[in-house]
Ligand binder design. Structure first.
Ligand code: UTP
Length: 415
């Protein structure tokens, strides 16, 4: 009872009393869970985030400049071989781990299940998880080692994801080297700043964005596990790109030889108006600038070779030195809000079914971590070799386009 009184007081102080609307209907275990959930909420943060929603996006006076990059396909044979030797050695020495970001909700795709379990429609019906696992298995064979594969899930999809791996015998990957960890989450709030109650009577929580990977690596023990395994570099990539090339000796070598603590792969923007974030320098530090943040003139600007000056798209394929992960995890990344549809139980105990966006969800982005780097090595790769995003149910970046890109890549590399 003491706990209940304490919670009531906290809620009153923060004007969030609706959170106990279903309390009386819950069993003892449920009551305890709800009280613990509430005690775990950082109300100051929630209040701050609510204030942020009222301000809108601020462009600020940031100085945005283009970045230097290495074009993988334009390296001389000599340079390539030199880098390959360095990268091969690092991988053979067990310095590389790979990490798949699989905590997203995949709302645009509209698939009811973890995105990694999605079948893009190949004749083999392999899931995205299986497709991205294949090249790691091949690398293991090539290097005579097993690269640890970390998978970040969410509270929402963890059980289903692990079951999928169990049911598919981990796609033949050594089970002890597949390490799942769950990302953090934050309460969703309505337009009045009230935290929502979900259909089960608990807090409505949502995954805290792919930038949550650093904090979750630290909190879950995944980072400690990497340290134990003497990992130096972790490649962090998406689950929704069947062409993701996670074990790339050239990429590792580019980061090592340039003495950078992080590296990012880019593909050249398809057209100036493409709605993607591009690598840039922001106030002198590595960053990504969103298409909404730069002027049309900047988007269209070309250099003397005819290349777009801001043309290096960020494809969420990045490499981090694990010494730096600790620091990034300790310094909170900024939160960005997304306005989403969310069903909830209102303060009268009634279910509200949303037919349009009605609530805020807060996320951190992985590329906000770049700003804490002195420098970052950017390596341009060929779009057709490494980029087949599965974002939308139809049209651009859909299963259909990804399937075609995947098939073409394998047809060409078999030649
Ligand atoms: P996206 O930003 O495209 O999000 O994720 P999404 O959840 O897959 O799709 P939408 O926006 O809801 O339609 C890019 C990568 O980051 C992961 C995704 O799983 C994907 O691999 N991600 C995203 C997380 O791991 N956690 C998150 O909270 C968000």
């Amino acid at each position: 009872m003491e706990k209940y009184e304490k919670v009531k007081e906290i809620l009153k102080k923060n004007n969030q009393e609706q959170l106990l609307v279903c309390y009386d209907k819950l069993d003892e275990k449920g009551k305890e869970k709800l009280l613990d959930q509430i005690l775990n909420v950082d109300f100051d943060l929630i209040n701050k985030l609510y204030e942020q929603t009222k301000k809108g996006v601020e462009m600020g006076d940031d100085v945005i400049e283009p970045v230097d990059y290495v074009d993988k396909s334009k390296l001389s044979k000599e340079e390539y071989e030199k880098l390959e030797k360095i990268g091969d050695q690092a991988i053979k020495d067990g310095k590389l781990a790979v990490l798949t970001l699989a905590g997203g909700q995949g709302t645009r795709l509209g698939y009811n299940g973890p995105k990694g379990t999605f079948d893009i429609g190949l004749d083999t019906h392999e899931s995205l998880f299986e497709l991205i696992c294949k090249p790691i298995k091949e690398a293991n064979k090539k290097y005579g080692i097993t690269i640890p594969w970390y998978i970040m899930t969410s509270h929402e999809n963890n059980a289903q994801t692990v079951k999928f791996f169990e049911d598919h015998d981990y796609f033949g990957y050594p089970k002890n080297d597949v390490i799942f960890f769950i990302q953090g989450e934050l309460p969703m709030i309505d337009t009045e700043g009230k935290i929502l109650v979900n259909e089960q009577g608990f807090l409505k929580l949502a995954a805290d964005g792919h930038g949550g990977v650093f904090e979750s690596m630290l909190k879950s023990g995944a980072l400690e596990d990497m340290n134990k395994r003497k990992i130096e570099w972790v490649f962090i990539g998406p689950v929704d790109n069947p062409l993701v090339n996670m074990v790339d000796p050239i990429f590792v070598a580019v980061a090592e030889t340039r003495k950078c603590m992080a590296a990012g792969k880019s593909v050249v923007k398809a057209r100036p108006e493409e709605r993607v974030g591009v690598f840039c320098k922001r106030n002198g530090k590595p960053s990504v600038v969103e298409y909404t943040e730069i002027s049309e003139e900047m988007s269209n600007k070309r250099d003397e070779n005819g290349e777009l000056v801001f043309g290096e798209s960020h494809i969420n394929c990045n490499l981090f030195n694990i010494k730096r992960v600790n620091e990034i995890a300790a310094n909170k990344l900024p939160y960005h809000e997304a306005f989403k549809k969310a069903n909830y139980i209102n303060s009268k105990g009634e279910l509200v079914v949303a037919d349009k966006p009605n609530a805020y969800k807060f996320e951190t982005f992985i590329f906000d971590a770049f700003q804490s780097m002195e420098s970052m090595a950017i390596m341009r790769v060929k779009r057709e070799d490494e980029f087949a995003p599965v974002k939308n149910a139809e049209g651009v970046d859909s299963p259909e386009t990804a399937r075609e890109l995947y098939i073409n890549f394998h047809k060409n590399s078999a030649k």
